[in-house]
Design a binder for this molecule. Structure first.
Ligand SMILES: [Zn+2]
Length: 309
């Protein structure tokens, strides 16, 4: 069993026994520190525990973005928009190629994220509404098993993502989002380690008790582009953003989301909620630029499961 890894080479634990192959990535965005720490902790915890199949963990998918302390690499590229990347491209393109090559060969794939420096996200497991019922069912199982309160299935049309590579290769895949902004939040790390371990237990890759989790809110929404957070609720102006809601709140359409005050122009904008539902994420920087996403709503107002087609 090979246990070594470094920032450019994944951790690989191959049991040699028949079983599924699972790939876990963190650090697709270089400013998401809790996922990278969770992957690191998982590697330490899992050593010698893989009894069936194979586990591959990539703690820092984009070393260049990590070194830049940035969502993007120093080439200005977002790894999650350029998959499957290029073997002989820029730093981010090569990183996307390395990760994509691993995902294509996996039987299950988990991608760990947060809102980075700018968004605070309510804990969720997400997947693409895959055309194959078999792949979709496995994704639904993974998303629930991860144990976060929200499960969110969105349309499968987005390209360039790690999940797009998984979709095209018919590999069941989920991404998870939880928190973001400073300071570092150890609760996220613990939830991510527990979520990964539960899926590995459910797949019998490790000998551990599998816990059947029931998500609080489960939304499957096939409306085009719903899964794209960065385009939601664009700021009308540069200025100081003063929010009045927080992730997890239930809001009504047209109710207040916050204010933006532009001291240079001596203007103030009231930000209103575009639809009723649960506050899924919110901008967590005090200063915003015009068109920055100020937040988004999950179209559900009470615990349960809904489908929007
Ligand atoms: Zn991310």
């Amino acid at each position: 069993m090979q246990l070594s890894y470094d920032i450019y080479h994944p951790f690989v634990a191959d049991s040699g026994a028949t079983g599924p192959s699972v790939v876990i990535t963190a650090g697709v965005h270089g400013d998401e520190y809790e996922p990278m720490t969770a992957a690191f902790n998982l590697i330490e915890k899992i050593q010698g525990q893989v009894k069936k199949g194979k586990l591959i963990i990539v703690p820092v998918a984009s070393p260049d973005a990590y070194r830049s302390c940035s969502r993007l690499g120093s080439d200005g590229l977002d790894l999650a928009r350029i998959c499957p990347g290029k073997a002989d491209g820029t730093g981010s393109e090569r990183a996307a190629f390395r990760v994509s090559s691993l995902i294509k060969k996996a039987d299950y794939y988990i991608d760990l994220h947060t809102g980075g420096k700018v968004l605070n996200i309510y804990p969720l497991s997400g997947y693409m509404l895959h055309a194959s019922p078999e792949v979709l069912q496995k994704q639904q199982w993974m998303a629930a098993a991860f144990g976060l309160p929200v499960v969110w299935g969105t349309d499968s049309a987005l390209n360039g993502r790690t999940l797009s590579v998984a979709r095209d290769a018919n590999v069941p895949a989920i991404y998870v989002e939880y928190g973001g902004g400073d300071p570092f939040n150890d609760t996220v790390v613990e939830a991510y380690v527990a979520g990964c371990l539960n899926i590995l237990a459910g797949l019998q890759i490790i000998d551990d008790t599998f816990k059947l989790n029931n998500p609080l809110y489960w939304v499957e929404d096939n409306t085009p582009d719903k899964g794209h957070l960065q385009s939601k609720m664009p700021a009308p102006s540069d200025g100081i953003f003063i929010p009045t809601v927080k992730p997890g709140d239930i809001v009504l359409k047209g109710s207040g989301w916050g204010r933006i005050i532009d001291l240079a122009e001596k203007k103030e904008w009231r930000i209103e909620t575009e639809e009723e539902g649960m506050v899924l994420f919110q901008r967590c920087t005090s200063f915003v630029h015009k068109n920055d996403a100020l937040g988004g709503v999950l179209p559900i107002t009470k615990p349960g499961k809904i489908q929007i087609v």
